[in-house]
Write a protein that binds this ligand. Sequence first.
Ligand code: PAF
Length: 279
Amino acid sequence: MELIRSVRSMQEAALTVKRSARRIALVPTMGALHEGHVALIRAAQNRGAAVVVSIYVNPAQFAPHEDFKQYPRDLDGDLAVCRREGVDVVFAPTDEEMYATDASTWVTESLIAKRLEGERRPHFFRGVCTVVSKLFLICQPDVAVFGQKDYQQWKVIQRMVRDLNFPVEIIAVPTVREPDGLACSSRNRYLDPLERAQATVLYKALLVARDLFNQGEFNAHRLASAMIRAIELAPSARLDYAEVADGETLMPRSEVRRGDVALVAAYIGKTRLIDNLVL
Ligand code: PAF
């Protein structure tokens, strides 16, 4: 496995792979790798491509009051996971490599990115679209793999790839969950044992919505209210949003259809978690 730290070396390595007529599959991550990332890596390998895992905590997608500084960083642990999984290349650039100090070019998607996460975290999707565009130009992937856990991010990136004609196929991998249903996330590391036990409330709320939907409840407002009531059962939880939205555009719904998506965000203690379930 090769560890590459500079943009130029990564671009050269990508060209070498391309010349050998091998495809490249990129797994973009911010490190602190967990089972969810392992599923992404394995999906990339199933495409028979050379697998590049990028590890970069992207400052551009954090607001000044958010957890950029505390975000878990464990390059040695991440490299061990990548080695064990047979990854070909890890691209782990520094901030200096990724952004000029006076960088002034940004990529934005202006429909899907507006609501939900975009409303609460105005920096977020601009930072994600910009860094993912840069990673595409640096790593030259044919395929890029994202987790459905970040559902809105997946849809924003799909739209960006379509609108900007990136020659990259986007694959989404189903959310990997702990045995009790909590979606794997690097931020789960912030939870103390009591909070960890209560964090399952997000998934429980989604299951409530799915059960009601399967029983014939199609009113989006009533489904959202049921999710809110379920989240409020956990004393450590503070709701951010619970909503059912169009599965492609993330626009709000009044009457829910199959393929729409239930999305929740809540603070468990100080940790903000998100989750979703397609109905
Ligand atoms: O999902 C993530 O880990 C990040 O948002 C991504 C896609 C790697 C961009 O920094």
